[in-house]
Ligand binder design. Structure first.
Ligand SMILES: CC(C)(COP(=O)(O)OP(=O)(O)OC[C@H]1O[C@@H](n2cnc3c(N)ncnc32)[C@H](O)[C@@H]1OP(=O)(O)O)[C@@H](O)C(=O)NCCC(=O)NCCS
Length: 158
Protein backbone atom coordinates (compact mmCIF):
# COMPACT_ATOMS: atom_id res chain seq x y z
CA UNK A 1 0.00 0.00 0.00
CA UNK A 2 1.25 3.48 -0.75
CA UNK A 3 2.17 5.30 2.45
CA UNK A 4 0.63 8.73 2.80
CA UNK A 5 3.42 11.28 2.93
CA UNK A 6 3.30 13.94 5.63
CA UNK A 7 2.50 16.42 2.87
CA UNK A 8 -0.89 14.84 2.22
CA UNK A 9 -2.74 16.61 5.00
CA UNK A 10 -6.42 15.78 4.88
CA UNK A 11 -8.85 18.44 6.09
CA UNK A 12 -12.64 18.72 6.20
CA UNK A 13 -14.04 20.34 3.05
CA UNK A 14 -15.45 23.86 3.15
CA UNK A 15 -18.20 25.28 0.94
CA UNK A 16 -15.53 26.91 -1.23
CA UNK A 17 -14.16 23.46 -2.09
CA UNK A 18 -17.40 22.39 -3.73
CA UNK A 19 -16.65 23.80 -7.18
CA UNK A 20 -13.07 22.48 -7.42
CA UNK A 21 -14.19 19.12 -6.03
CA UNK A 22 -16.90 18.82 -8.66
CA UNK A 23 -14.37 19.68 -11.36
CA UNK A 24 -12.09 16.85 -10.22
CA UNK A 25 -14.99 14.40 -10.07
CA UNK A 26 -16.33 15.42 -13.47
CA UNK A 27 -12.91 15.09 -15.06
CA UNK A 28 -12.69 11.54 -13.65
CA UNK A 29 -16.18 10.69 -14.92
CA UNK A 30 -17.59 10.14 -11.43
CA UNK A 31 -21.23 10.93 -10.61
CA UNK A 32 -22.14 14.16 -8.82
CA UNK A 33 -25.74 13.25 -7.93
CA UNK A 34 -26.37 13.44 -4.19
CA UNK A 35 -22.92 14.83 -3.41
CA UNK A 36 -24.38 17.95 -1.83
CA UNK A 37 -26.35 15.80 0.60
CA UNK A 38 -23.35 13.83 1.78
CA UNK A 39 -22.65 13.66 5.50
CA UNK A 40 -19.02 14.82 5.37
CA UNK A 41 -16.41 15.55 2.76
CA UNK A 42 -12.63 15.74 3.06
CA UNK A 43 -10.00 17.20 0.77
CA UNK A 44 -6.25 17.37 0.31
CA UNK A 45 -4.84 20.70 -0.84
CA UNK A 46 -2.31 20.84 -3.64
CA UNK A 47 -0.22 23.45 -5.38
CA UNK A 48 -2.79 23.86 -8.15
CA UNK A 49 -6.03 23.53 -6.19
CA UNK A 50 -7.33 20.35 -4.64
CA UNK A 51 -5.24 17.19 -4.94
CA UNK A 52 -8.06 14.93 -3.82
CA UNK A 53 -11.56 14.56 -2.47
CA UNK A 54 -13.66 11.93 -0.70
CA UNK A 55 -17.18 11.98 0.72
CA UNK A 56 -19.29 9.85 3.02
CA UNK A 57 -23.05 9.56 3.06
CA UNK A 58 -24.61 8.38 6.33
CA UNK A 59 -27.80 6.40 6.00
CA UNK A 60 -30.07 5.39 8.83
CA UNK A 61 -32.91 2.93 8.76
CA UNK A 62 -33.50 -0.31 10.55
CA UNK A 63 -30.48 -1.17 12.67
CA UNK A 64 -27.12 0.54 12.73
CA UNK A 65 -26.29 3.48 10.48
CA UNK A 66 -24.57 2.56 7.24
CA UNK A 67 -22.11 4.78 5.42
CA UNK A 68 -21.63 5.05 1.69
CA UNK A 69 -18.13 6.08 0.68
CA UNK A 70 -18.19 7.96 -2.60
CA UNK A 71 -16.55 10.59 -4.74
CA UNK A 72 -13.00 9.44 -4.06
CA UNK A 73 -10.80 11.12 -6.61
CA UNK A 74 -7.16 12.19 -6.80
CA UNK A 75 -5.80 14.69 -9.30
CA UNK A 76 -4.19 12.64 -12.09
CA UNK A 77 -0.71 14.10 -11.73
CA UNK A 78 -0.73 13.35 -7.98
CA UNK A 79 -1.90 9.74 -8.14
CA UNK A 80 0.10 6.88 -6.67
CA UNK A 81 1.66 9.14 -4.04
CA UNK A 82 -0.64 8.19 -1.18
CA UNK A 83 -3.31 10.89 -1.47
CA UNK A 84 -6.08 8.33 -1.96
CA UNK A 85 -4.82 6.33 1.01
CA UNK A 86 -4.79 9.42 3.21
CA UNK A 87 -8.34 10.30 2.16
CA UNK A 88 -9.60 6.76 2.72
CA UNK A 89 -8.06 6.60 6.17
CA UNK A 90 -9.53 9.98 7.14
CA UNK A 91 -13.02 9.07 5.95
CA UNK A 92 -13.05 5.68 7.66
CA UNK A 93 -11.63 7.18 10.85
CA UNK A 94 -14.34 9.85 10.74
CA UNK A 95 -17.09 7.28 10.46
CA UNK A 96 -15.55 5.07 13.15
CA UNK A 97 -15.20 8.01 15.53
CA UNK A 98 -18.80 9.02 14.97
CA UNK A 99 -20.08 5.50 15.66
CA UNK A 100 -17.76 4.85 18.58
CA UNK A 101 -16.34 1.77 16.87
CA UNK A 102 -15.81 0.27 13.47
CA UNK A 103 -18.53 1.66 11.20
CA UNK A 104 -20.27 -0.27 8.44
CA UNK A 105 -19.25 1.21 5.09
CA UNK A 106 -20.26 0.35 1.53
CA UNK A 107 -19.14 1.68 -1.82
CA UNK A 108 -19.63 1.14 -5.52
CA UNK A 109 -16.86 1.43 -8.06
CA UNK A 110 -16.26 0.80 -11.72
CA UNK A 111 -12.86 2.40 -11.96
CA UNK A 112 -10.98 1.27 -8.86
CA UNK A 113 -11.78 -2.43 -8.52
CA UNK A 114 -9.00 -3.95 -6.45
CA UNK A 115 -8.15 -0.75 -4.59
CA UNK A 116 -10.39 -1.09 -1.56
CA UNK A 117 -9.44 -4.49 -0.14
CA UNK A 118 -6.41 -2.86 1.48
CA UNK A 119 -8.80 -0.77 3.57
CA UNK A 120 -10.76 -3.76 4.85
CA UNK A 121 -13.43 -3.96 2.15
CA UNK A 122 -14.55 -7.12 0.41
CA UNK A 123 -16.35 -7.34 -2.90
CA UNK A 124 -20.02 -8.23 -2.66
CA UNK A 125 -23.19 -7.87 -4.68
CA UNK A 126 -25.28 -4.74 -4.80
CA UNK A 127 -28.26 -6.80 -3.62
CA UNK A 128 -26.38 -7.79 -0.48
CA UNK A 129 -25.90 -4.18 0.63
CA UNK A 130 -28.17 -2.91 3.42
CA UNK A 131 -31.61 -1.70 2.41
CA UNK A 132 -30.85 1.62 4.11
CA UNK A 133 -28.67 2.50 1.11
CA UNK A 134 -31.37 1.91 -1.49
CA UNK A 135 -32.40 5.56 -1.59
CA UNK A 136 -28.90 6.86 -2.23
CA UNK A 137 -28.30 8.53 -5.57
CA UNK A 138 -25.51 6.06 -6.40
CA UNK A 139 -27.61 2.97 -5.79
CA UNK A 140 -30.69 4.39 -7.40
CA UNK A 141 -29.10 5.09 -10.74
CA UNK A 142 -26.09 7.40 -10.61
CA UNK A 143 -23.72 4.41 -10.62
CA UNK A 144 -24.12 1.96 -13.51
CA UNK A 145 -25.27 -1.56 -12.74
CA UNK A 146 -21.85 -2.81 -13.81
CA UNK A 147 -20.23 -1.11 -10.80
CA UNK A 148 -18.72 -3.48 -8.25
CA UNK A 149 -20.07 -3.28 -4.70
CA UNK A 150 -17.72 -3.36 -1.72
CA UNK A 151 -18.56 -3.77 1.95
CA UNK A 152 -16.72 -3.23 5.22
CA UNK A 153 -18.75 -4.67 8.10
CA UNK A 154 -19.11 -2.65 11.25
CA UNK A 155 -18.25 -3.86 14.70
CA UNK A 156 -21.11 -5.65 16.39
CA UNK A 157 -21.04 -3.05 19.15
CA UNK A 158 -20.78 0.00 16.90
C1 LIG B 1 -8.37 5.29 -7.21
C2 LIG B 1 -7.60 6.52 -6.75
C3 LIG B 1 -8.49 7.36 -5.83
C4 LIG B 1 -6.37 6.04 -5.96
O1 LIG B 1 -5.73 7.16 -5.40
P1 LIG B 1 -4.14 7.25 -5.38
O2 LIG B 1 -3.79 8.42 -4.55
O3 LIG B 1 -3.62 7.21 -6.76
O4 LIG B 1 -3.76 5.89 -4.65
P2 LIG B 1 -2.64 5.65 -3.53
O5 LIG B 1 -1.43 6.42 -3.87
O6 LIG B 1 -3.24 5.86 -2.19
O7 LIG B 1 -2.41 4.11 -3.68
C5 LIG B 1 -1.68 3.61 -4.77
C6 LIG B 1 -1.96 2.14 -4.88
O8 LIG B 1 -3.32 1.96 -5.30
C7 LIG B 1 -3.36 1.27 -6.54
N1 LIG B 1 -4.37 1.90 -7.36
C8 LIG B 1 -4.39 3.18 -7.74
N2 LIG B 1 -5.46 3.42 -8.51
C9 LIG B 1 -6.11 2.24 -8.62
C10 LIG B 1 -7.27 1.86 -9.33
N3 LIG B 1 -7.96 2.73 -10.07
N4 LIG B 1 -7.66 0.59 -9.23
C11 LIG B 1 -6.98 -0.29 -8.49
N5 LIG B 1 -5.84 0.02 -7.80
C12 LIG B 1 -5.42 1.27 -7.89
C13 LIG B 1 -1.97 1.45 -7.13
O9 LIG B 1 -1.68 0.41 -8.00
C14 LIG B 1 -1.09 1.46 -5.92
O10 LIG B 1 -0.91 0.14 -5.50
P3 LIG B 1 0.41 -0.33 -4.66
O11 LIG B 1 0.39 0.43 -3.38
O12 LIG B 1 0.21 -1.80 -4.47
O13 LIG B 1 1.57 0.05 -5.52
C15 LIG B 1 -7.11 7.37 -7.93
O14 LIG B 1 -6.37 6.58 -8.81
C16 LIG B 1 -8.23 8.06 -8.71
O15 LIG B 1 -8.60 9.19 -8.42
N6 LIG B 1 -8.76 7.36 -9.75
C17 LIG B 1 -9.83 7.92 -10.59
C18 LIG B 1 -11.13 8.08 -9.85
C19 LIG B 1 -11.59 6.77 -9.25
O16 LIG B 1 -11.51 5.72 -9.85
N7 LIG B 1 -12.10 6.86 -8.00
C20 LIG B 1 -12.68 5.75 -7.29
C21 LIG B 1 -14.17 5.86 -7.36
S1 LIG B 1 -14.98 4.70 -6.28
Amino acid sequence: MASPSPGHAVRPAHDADDGPARELLTAAGLPLGGLGDSWRRWVVDGSAGLDGVVALERHTGVGRPVYLLRSLVVRPDTRATGVGTALMRAALAGADAHEGGRAAVALLTETAVGYFERFGFTATTREALPQALAGSAELSGACPSSAVAYWRAGAASS
